[in-house]
Write a protein that binds this ligand. Structure first.
Ligand code: GAL
Ligand code: MG
Length: 997
């Protein structure tokens, strides 16, 4: 057998040709630039070897296409969109890749003048996926790799005055692909900016700033290491803060480097809560470069990592580059929006999962204040499924490839105060190459911590990192000294796939309880849906929608932001769970509130507390308190100065507390809400009114239908099937199907591991009621109809014995009392049920909704930190959350009444004890079937669910199940609600009245 010839892109030891040493991305410099973004000529081939002769020769090519730079070519019509979580799309045969290797040749001509040619020309690619060769004016000028880091080539010797030709040949697959197997869409091309930099012959090449703190935590330890292009350099530097000079100096060298070191008293310290930035200007001749240092110190002491001497808690998010139309090509404006949204939602940390971001990302994090885990572009997850996970991670011939991925990142990003940890990559097992990488990072930058979740023993990392660790495991870590007693971070948790996650609070409680647990990063920021349109309706594609196989389908739709950046209910929930201010009620007091300050550096003098007293959801007293002052990690109590008020009967009273920013910040205006909590004051005077009998009810029976009727109501019951058939008034139908028992919900992603049992073994979607008896009688002015029923599911020995008692009052109210006694005659049954409740149907014309209960957004038993009791209005469609992948949504807990109306007349339903509620224009079955929102088949009726109990969401698509207290067990139950038809505008008023039976 002859030795297989290694192609350039199949050689892990060759990581570049002609590429410059990685260096700092300056915040600013005075060099001229030409952006090469825009249209390029483009030729798409099945393999690099098919490149036409002379493709690199200067001059426009006939017959070639044009393509946008930056962009990913799969979203410009070349090749196929494909999504996999773990799998490589080809045999695992490193470093070799498929011979069929889609290749794009890009060409652009650029005119350079005399003036430009006086300086050097640096061609900078900010990101090309996966490997590429560069020719300038027909000559090979370089080769680069690592998709998510910049590559710079000094092309001075190749260019001339006038037109210059730049040709770039990009390979979809390369040996680098083996290290770029992150869970995301496979995308290729020049997907980040390209530019030409006009760099003076004498210039600052690199500038490494040290900005730590002395042991007093007040004295700044400032240092600057400059590297010049030339050996002789003479210039000056100036450090300033908010325009005021702090320190200046001059330098002169013959060695090409300069080292400056200063101690600066009383510096402003950088933290995510106080992002104080300095300005460093270095001047050389006519040119300047600018870097923005922030003084802060990171260290580990006694199980914890500290920032400026203070242990911090990371409330983070995992961030991928993503755009619904452009894929991995993102814009500065959108990334800035992302980071602002994070800050507005109390997020204080971001992990660059799983590769370095654009340079400006870190500038923004410095400025707005976000702790960053900067992660190397390295993941070889597919090896796990070969049974040889360590294959290349433990193979020294890959050492350079591994080390370089971290080192180039460190050299580019090390001046950013926001970065507190370097992550060596993700999901690549462990081996000698990670040991070497950690060593090399430490040599370059001993001031930050090293992170890598795949170092399961925390052998070389500074923090012990895990992902999706269950609550029980977290406790174990918190209580033990395992893994070298190193501080712990949960680099991923709270998998936000579809509806969920629930149960976040339980994690936060542990982070706050155990010193060693220093927080986590929710998975993840975005749903990675790709925008599509059908008949004017926008929807989003995920894996499999392009015929891509194998795929992990909608496993990439797992963010707290919808693809169009609408915050999902999960983000609002997360915001409250991680809020730096915790509001609780002091036991035994109605008006005393405790405010706990969870900030690590800020005291509460920069917040203001707004309170209001709410009567059935409406504020009747309000005020604010501006005198809070608790120091970080301390608590203080305040008395809410409620004044005497007249208590209305049959009315709830709540105290709402909102803690808001006192001042404007660079990410939110003054009064921006940080935390909210509502407390039931427990003041309620129930007073029953006597129902005034109205026109007498007439009861008739014909063909199995029992009709109970007067001018106010017409209720029909089926004497054989034993149910309420309909409610009408004045010949108009309101309820079109009465309540029947129901245990099923359209599967949410977090139930994916339960679904098979639930639907194919216990058939919970195939429930039915059998009639045991039907009887009726007149009681006073009312008619009472009683049905005994048995509810069970297909082939199941467990079920419920149900009694439905309907009382029809002459006033038109129909009270439903359902009691269920559970039965098991065998052994098999589900561990828990999605819900226990009833489903009914109302006329499709009743599209306006109002309810008193938790809201406004959807909420579930294990996800209701961000909602409060109130009277809310919407529409039936507006009640739902439009998940990219259709599933159960739109539930509201603790609903005490709801009304649906056509604007004039309403069907009002009262549930004084509070029940779960769901209103939709589709059935659970159509929701289950649909793969995109526009495919959900609409029902002509409004589908109403009332739940005695509804299970939590959990995070089990990747992580913790619903906690035991949020799993609905088969149990005896009872629920009571009253249906009536009323004027829409009087519905709310009507609910404050109660009647004696
Ligand atoms: C983790 C991985 C992420 C993502 C997530 C599931 O294992 O690090 O990249 O795949 O699971 O969505
Ligand atoms: Mg992975």
């Amino acid at each position: 057998m002859t030795q297989r010839k290694k192609k350039r892109w199949e050689n892990q030891e060759l990581t570049a040709i002609g590429r410059r040493e990685a260096r700092t991305a300056f915040y600013e410099d005075s060099f001229s630039r030409i952006s090469l973004n825009g249209k390029w000529q483009f030729l798409y081939l099945d393999a690099p070897e098919l490149s036409p002769a002379g493709f690199e020769a200067p001059g426009a090519k006939e017959g070639w296409d044009t393509i946008d730079v930056p962009s990913v070519w799969q979203l410009r019509g070349y090749g196929q969109m494909h999504y996999t979580d773990v799998l490589y799309l080809f045999p695992v045969n490193p470093p070799y890749v498929p011979t069929e290797n889609p290749t794009g040749i890009y060409k652009k001509s650029i005119c350079l003048d005399q003036e430009w040619l006086k300086n050097d020309t640096i061609l900078k690619f900010h990101g090309v996926d996966s490997a590429f060769d560069v020719w300038v004016n027909g000559e090979h000028a370089g080769y680069g790799k690592i998709s998510r880091l910049p590559s710079e080539f000094d092309i001075t010797s190749y260019i001339k005055e006038g037109e210059n030709d730049i040709t770039v040949r990009v390979y979809r697959w390369s040996d680098g692909t083996y290290l770029e197997d992150q869970d995301m869409w496979w995308m290729s091309g020049i997907y980040r900016d390209v530019e030409l930099i006009n760099e003076p012959k004498q210039a600052v090449l690199d500038c490494q700033v040290g900005a730590s703190l002395d042991d007093d935590m007040e004295t700044g330890l400032f240092s600057v290491d400059l590297t010049f292009k030339q050996s002789e350099a003479r210039g000056s530097w100036m450090l300033s803060y908010e325009g005021e000079e702090v320190k200046t100096g001059t330098f002169e060298t013959k060695e090409g480097t300069v080292h400056v070191q200063e101690k600066l008293p009383n510096v402003h310290r950088w933290t995510a809560e106080t992002p104080h930035l300095y300005d460093l200007l270095v001047t050389l001749g006519d040119d300047t470069i600018r870097v923005r240092p922030g003084f802060r110190r990171i260290e580990i002491r006694d199980q914890q990592f500290l920032v400026n001497g203070q242990a911090i808690l990371l409330n983070g998010a995992n961030h991928h580059d993503y755009d619904p139309e452009e894929g991995r090509t993102v814009s500065y404006e959108k990334v800035k929006e992302d980071l602002l949204l994070m800050k507005q939602h109390n997020i204080n940390a971001v992990r660059c999962s799983h590769y370095p971001a654009n340079e400006y990302f870190y500038d923004l994090c410095d400025e707005y204040g976000l702790y960053v885990i900067d992660e190397a572009d390295l993941e070889c997850h597919g090896f796990e499924w070969t049974g040889n996970y360590r294959w290349i991670s433990d193979d020294p011939s890959w050492k350079h490839a591994y080390v370089e991925r971290s080192i180039r990142m460190v050299k580019r990003d090390r001046n950013h105060p926001c970065i507190i940890m370097w992550s060596m990559g993700n999901e690549s097992s462990f081996g000698c190459n990670f040991r070497s990488t950690a060593e090399e990072i430490r040599k370059l930058d001993p001031t930050r911590l090293i992170h890598y979740e795949g170092d399961f023993e925390a052998e070389v990392t500074d923090v012990y990192s895990t992902m999706y660790t269950r609550i029980k495991g977290m406790k174990q870590i918190g209580e033990s000294e395992m893994k070298g007693n190193k501080p712990h971070v949960l680099c991923e948790y709270g998998h936000a796939m579809g509806n969920g996650p629930g149960g976040l609070k339980a994690y936060q409680n542990l982070f706050r309880k155990y010193k060693r647990l220093q927080g986590g990063f929710i998975w993840e920021w975005y749903d990675h849906g790709i925008r599509a349109e059908k008949d004017g309706e926008i929807y989003y594609n995920y894996g499999g929608c392009y015929g891509d196989f194998p795929t992990n389908g909608n496993f990439c739709i797992d963010g707290v932001l919808m693809p169009d950046r609408t915050p999902s209910p999960a983000l609002l929930e997360y915001k409250q769970v991680i809020a730096p201010v915790e509001i609780t009620k002091v036991a035994g007091s109605r008006t005393k509130i405790e405010i706990k300050n969870h900030y690590d550096f800020l005291s509460l003098d920069q917040v203001v507390l707004y309170w209001s007293l709410e009567e059935n959801g409406k504020a009747i007293q309000e005020g604010n308190i501006e005198t809070l002052s608790a120091l970080p990690h301390e608590a203080e109590q305040v008395e809410i100065p409620l004044t005497v008020f007249a208590v209305k009967k049959n009315t709830d009273y709540y105290l709402r507390i909102r803690v808001c920013q006192k001042y404007e910040t660079n990410y939110a205006p003054a009064r921006h809400e940080i935390a909210m909590k509502q407390f039931d004051l427990g003041i309620r005077q129930d007073e029953l009114e006597v129902r005034i009998p109205q026109e007498e009810l007439e009861v008739t029976e014909e063909n199995g239908i029992l009709t109970v009727k007067n001018p106010r109501i017409c209720a029909k019951f089926h004497t054989v099937f034993g149910n309420l058939v309909s409610l009408e008034r004045d010949g108009k139908m309101y309820l079109t199907q009465g309540p029947v028992m129901n245990l099923y919900r359209a599967t949410i992603d977090n139930d994916m591991y339960k679904k098979d049992d639930w639907m194919n073994k216990y058939f919970i979607q195939k429930g039915s009621e059998q009639t045991e008896s039907f009887s009726w009688e007149k009681k006073g002015g009312a008619a009472v109809i009683t049905m005994e029923k048995y509810f069970g599911c297909l082939n199941q020995s467990w079920g419920f014995h149900c009694t439905y008692v309907y009382t029809v009052y002459s006033g038109g109210q129909v009270k439903v009392q359902l009691t269920g006694k559970t039965i098991q005659n065998g052994k098999e049954e589900p561990e828990f049920l999605p819900r226990i409740g009833v489903v009914m149907k109302a006329a499709g014309s009743l599209q306006k909704t109002a309810w008193y209960g938790l809201g406004p957004q959807e909420n579930y038993p294990d996800s209701k930190e961000a909602v409060s009791m109130g009277v809310y209005e919407s529409t039936v469609d507006g009640m739902g959350t439009n998940y990219v992948f259709p599933q159960e949504n739109g539930h509201r807990e603790q609903v005490k009444w709801f009304a649906i109306s056509d604007g004039d007349q309403a069907l009002l339903c009262r549930m004084p004890e509070g029940l779960g509620m769901n209103l939709a224009n589709y059935t659970d079955e159509s929701l289950e079937k649909a793969r995109h929102p526009h495919e959900i088949e609409r029902s002509g009726d409004v589908i109403i669910h009332l739940d005695f109990q509804h299970s939590g969401l959990g995070s089990n698509s990747c992580g913790e199940e619903q906690l035991p207290e949020y799993k609905v067990k088969r149990q005896d139950f009872s629920m009571t609600f009253t249906l009536e038809i009323t004027k829409a505008c009087q519905a709310a008023e009507e609910t404050t009245r109660q009647y004696l039976d």
